[in-house]
Ligand binder design. Structure first.
Ligand code: 5AD
Ligand code: SF4
Length: 504
């Protein structure tokens, strides 16, 4: 059972690291994916007493920070917390690394190319560090949970001053202090998940769209995925804490909330004192005065009938569901340990579409999983044709050391993987265009998000189903709802003109 505690956060395993890997082991436990894999029955404590130590509160006065975020929305949201903490310490943010006194890379470990990008950028930071020896360069996020990454940084990226893990964000003030006053690299990475720390400050961008974490970690252990190791076991925030945060954002005038979790459908499964699941949570949140509520990511296995029933109420629960399928082949799904079959997934889609009119589905799909045959890939294509996704993120399988799939024989040549990805994207593009054409001449409710990336004279916004819409209008509309008549439907964007402003 979780309970409130006034005790200090757990003891530190931090240490100042010497420069060699051999010495390094003497001083502290390096992160271990093996330890991170263990799932214990320990109680998760919830801490409500986060404070920045008094002596750290003004330490950033007159100084600037730059946080660079890689990867998923969970990381984006963690960066909001990191920024919130830094601002409470007196720092102000800068977009320019050249002006920064503290640079933090919040990293992603999901695929190799994500990691390569971070190492490349870290290399570029050496020059800044040479110019400004007082600069603090830190690495956090999922990569810092990996033993091999920490060792590589120790060996070859000595410009780094600080490494901290995904379970150590609340320790940032103390870690920054250590890094400032130490000549050696400061490393604090807990391999096992920590407690839930509530009440950390968050610096949200604007007040239109807000992220709210409902749970941390993942217990699914899909064989290709490193997340259960880097993010630890599933820990749900207490419903009252989630609801209070959403209410607070409603009071501040936020127009859209995205509920976040690696597997939101498992929400509440770890509560021992109450029977309370994701459907129950959404049923309460939908009564809060926020025009749109989204959530990500869903695992098909835990998507239950109660949840579908609640979503069928519509209203502020938008009819867009991200439901990663990964593969259309039952055989491949089995090797991925996804714990559902093609038929089970299609049945779930049928139920969702029957209960939720105009439901728009999106997906994540991996091609070239070890042993994937041409026929099995064709099953993914036919799955896409059957479900008719509006959108999907598509990936070539990337082996992650320490995961079960990394030791499976990978007999699909890279050339074939690339062809499969190309073909899949072609089919997805065609279907998306067909779906978008159906919206031609319709008037849609659009939340105006900002200027279009390529043309500042054009506004960009999103429909309830998360489709990107471009139209001309006054910048004062940013952050508001408008009605847009669609007069040109392209593959990934809709173009139209404002009909009226909507009061939502
Ligand atoms: N290789 C390729 N794609 C991956 N994903 C997760 N792990 C890997 C990997 N090793 C994809 C999955 C997941 C999304 C967030 O990233 O599709 O849903
Ligand atoms: Fe990774 Fe699977 Fe968990 Fe998603 S559900 S985070 S793909 S292990």
């Amino acid at each position: 059972m979780m309970k409130e505690t006034k005790e200090a956060t757990p003891d530190l395993k931090s240490a100042k690291s010497p420069k060699t890997t051999a010495d390094f082991a003497k001083y502290f436990q390096p992160p271990s994916l093996k330890d991170a894999k263990k799932r214990g029955k320990e109680e998760i404590q919830v801490h409500y007493d986060f404070v920045i130590p008094e002596d750290m509160q003004g330490i950033g006065k007159g100084k600037r920070y730059h946080v660079r975020t890689y990867g998923c929305q969970m990381n984006e949201h963690d960066s909001e917390t990191i920024s919130g903490i830094l601002q409470q310490m007196g720092y102000t943010s800068t977009d320019e690394v050249e002006d920064a006194d503290v640079i933090l890379f919040n990293t992603c470990a999901i695929r190799e190319n994500a990691e390569d990008k971070v190492f490349g950028e870290l290399g570029h930071m050496k020059r800044l560090k040479n110019n400004n020896p007082n600069l603090i360069l830190g690495v956090c996020g999922c990569m810092s949970q990996e033993e091999k990454v920490v060792n590589k940084i120790l060996k070859s990226y000595t410009q780094v001053d600080l490494i901290f893990g995904t379970h150590n964000i609340h320790r940032l003030p103390e870690l920054l202090r250590d890094a400032m006053f130490s000549k050696e690299m400061v490393i604090e990475v807990w391999s096992k998940e920590g407690d839930i720390v509530e009440n950390m400050p968050k610096l949200r961008e604007g007040n239109t769209k807000g992220w709210v974490n409902i749970m941390y970690g993942c217990d699914k252990f899909c064989t290709y995925c490193i997340v259960p190791y880097t993010r630890g076991k599933e820990r749900s925030r207490r419903p009252e804490d989630v609801i209070a945060e959403v209410r607070d954002l409603a009071r501040q005038g936020f127009k859209e909330i995205m509920l976040l979790g690696q597997n939101v459908n498992a929400y509440g499964k770890d509560f021992e004192d109450i029977q309370y699941g994701f459907g129950d949570l959404l049923d309460e949140i939908r009564k809060i005065d926020i025009p749109r509520i989204r959530f990500t990511t869903s695992h098909p296995r835990d998507f239950d009938d109660h949840l579908i029933e609640v979503l069928a109420h519509g209203g502020n629960l938008v009819e867009q569901i991200h439901l990663p399928v990964q593969s259309g082949s039952t055989e491949v799904l089995k090797r991925m340990a996804r714990k559902y079959t093609r038929e089970h997934y299609l049945e779930l889609v049928r139920k969702i579409k029957a209960a939720i009119p105009n439901a728009s589905l999106s997906s994540d799909i991996i091609v070239g999983f070890p042993g994937e045959t041409d026929e099995q890939f064709e099953e993914t294509i036919s799955m896409v044709e059957e479900v008719r996704y509006d959108f999907a993120y598509t990936f070539i399988y990337s082996p992650r050391e320490g995961t079960p799939a990394a030791v499976m024989e990978d007999n699909v040549p890279m050339e074939v993987k690339k062809q499969r990805l190309y073909r899949l994207n072609e089919v997805l593009g065609r279907i998306s265009l067909e779906q978008n054409k159906k919206l031609q001449d319709q008037v849609l409710e659009v939340l105006v998000e900002g200027e279009s990336k390529n043309n500042p004279d054009v506004l960009a916004g999103r429909t309830r189903t998360n489709k990107l819409v471009h139209f001309t209008g006054d910048k004062s509309l940013i952050g508001q709802y408008v009605h847009v008549k669609i007069n040109d439907a392209k593959t990934w964007t809709l173009h139209g003109e404002i009909v009226t402003k909507v009061e939502v």
